[in-house]
Write a protein that binds this ligand. Structure first.
Ligand SMILES: *Cc1c(COP(=O)(O)O)cnc(C)c1O
Ligand SMILES: [Zn+2]
Length: 501
């Protein structure tokens, strides 16, 4: 809709102006730093940074109904800069003018109600938010849209040239980083560092296709991350891992969208979030708290962090008595939820801090962590796919987490859940195929259940067959069609009709 056609009271706000008073806050020494430089860690103490808006009071001065109305109208605008995660500009990164915003189609992914058959099997009604429908097919695009928009803003305002953006990745961060960097047409080059053999072929092809320099290192993600941290401390590079607090801001959009998609009534929802490096869950908690403090939502949903038993440091932390918790990194073992296979999450201090604030605002029953078995992750993916919802292995992990939370009584069957399917199913189909082929036993300890297996069937045909190259005579072709059709009908047990064409 054209801006001049919006209602008069909304019109001046449809296209947001730069505003706010953003700065970096150190979680450790409480230093505050100006936003005119890209920092990943505190230059004084090395602590983790978050970005806050000291002028956020201005957001609270307007009633929640103003923001709800504005955001709902804004969805109708075709202005590119606010089509994506920056629809929530005032709450996201208001420093960045619309002209610096990069929009590649990210955000506003559908929250799809689970088909009845699936909801019945699981025992609760739930939605799946298909975040694999982002441009590089994972939620990481939300964060990259913010991080690269900020980088574009810095390049313009600080006259930077030739930025080298780098990241370590379990596959999806690198795909998103390479894609968003590529969109800047040369001013930002990207290099990604991946654990060899621990990303899917689809994920590996993505940064290659976007023209990034791709390095494979031995080990797992945690080893890659150490190399990237070393690089970012000693060389002039722009770090694009979720240590980069601008990415967290972009990923807050997931929370804002869930609020909008449920008409801002989220108090009775339970959100299930697969957790790896803990950037996503941090962002979601932070976004929900911002909306709550500004009165955009008046109740907070329940948040459930889900981890595999084989990469579970966050679960192990919250599994201890609240009065005396120790954070201990774990050594990961291979997990089919490979994008979350992280033993020492970089954002853990942020998560612990925010989960605390969240429980203070919404009560002790508002945040939980559960762990799930590998077999339940892959079977969760297959079950959802078989009932009409294509989810990735991490989505399968979220679904397994939902079942676990129900079994533990953390969610009641009367509640409604929202499972985050963090990537597109197609990125992780090799795991499904490996399950069908019985190849997950040794590395992942998963035994295939024969009743879930599905494989292509070949037809053992006698007589003439097309070879894909030479033309067939009409008679031979007819013979082929008949024998092939008969073989398929027999295999499917089809009955012949009496009506002939
Ligand atoms: C990165 C990623 C995760 C884990 O998210 P964190 O922010 O690292 O906790 C989960 N699923 C997918 C598909 C991912 O790409
Ligand atoms: Zn500090």
């Amino acid at each position: 809709m054209k801006t001049e056609l919006f209602p008069e009271d909304i019109r001046p706000f449809i296209l947001p102006e730069p505003g706010g008073d953003l700065g970096y806050d150190c979680l450790k020494c409480r230093a505050r730093l100006q936003p005119n430089r890209l920092y990943y860690t505190c230059p004084h103490c090395g602590g983790l940074l978050t970005i806050t808006d000291s002028a956020r009071q201005r957001l609270h001065e307007k009633p929640g109904s103003f923001w709800r109305r504005l955001f709902d109208y804004r969805r109708m605008s075709n202005h590119q800069a606010i089509r994506g995660v920056f629809l929530f500009h005032e709450f996201l990164a208001p420093l960045i003018p619309l002209t610096d915003i990069i929009y590649l189609g990210e955000g506003h992914t559908p929250a799809v109600a689970a088909p009845l058959a699936l909801a019945k099997e699981v025992g609760v009604s739930f939605y799946v938010k298909l975040d694999g429908l982002n441009p590089s097919a994972s939620f990481k695009d939300r964060g990259m849209a913010a991080a690269l928009s900020y980088l574009k803003y810095l390049i313009r305002t600080q006259n930077l040239t030739q930025v080298m953006a780098i990241c370590a990745s379990t596959g999806d961060t690198s795909a998103a980083a390479a894609l968003y960097s590529a969109s800047l047409g040369g001013s930002v080059k990207s290099a990604v560092i991946l654990p060899q053999g621990r990303v899917t072929p689809q994920q590996l092809s993505q940064p290659l296709g976007s023209g990034a320099s791709v390095f494979e290192t031995p080990g797992v993600f945690d080893d890659c991350m150490k190399v990237v941290e070393y690089l970012s401390e000693r060389y002039q590079v722009a770090l694009l891992n979720s240590k980069n607090p601008w990415r967290v801001l972009g990923q807050e959009s997931y929370a804002y969208e869930v609020a909008q998609q449920f008409d801002y009534e989220v108090g009775d929802l339970a959100l299930l979030i697969p957790v790896g490096n803990a950037g996503n869950i941090t962002a979601i908690l932070s976004g929900l708290l911002k909306f709550f403090q500004a009165g955009v939502i008046d109740r907070l949903p329940k948040i459930i962090a889900v981890q595999s038993e084989r990469a579970n440091p966050v679960f192990l932390y919250y599994n201890q008595p609240a009065t005396n918790r120790q954070y201990v990194p774990v050594t990961v073992r291979p997990s089919v939820a490979q994008a979350a296979m992280i033993g020492d999450p970089v954002s853990f201090p942020r998560l612990a801090n925010l989960a605390d604030l969240y429980q203070k605002a919404a009560g002790p029953e508002s945040f939980f962590a559960v762990e799930v078995a590998e077999v339940d992750i892959i079977e969760g993916m297959i079950q959802a796919n078989r009932r009409g919802l294509p989810v990735c292995t991490q989505g399968g992990e979220g679904l397994a987490g939902l079942k676990k939370a129900l079994a533990l009584g953390l969610i009641a069957p009367s509640e409604t859940a929202v499972v985050d399917s963090t990537a597109h199913a197609l990125k992780f189909m090799d795991f499904q195929n490996a399950y069908f082929d019985g190849r997950l036993a040794q590395e992942y300890g998963i035994t295939t259940r024969p009743e879930l297996v599905n494989r292509p069937r070949s037809l053992n045909l006698t007589g003439p067959k097309p070879d894909g190259q030479t033309a067939m005579s009409p008679e031979d072709r007819q013979k082929f069609v008949e024998t092939a059709a008969k073989a398929i009908a027999e295999s499917l047990g089809l009955l012949e009709t009496n009506e002939k064409p």
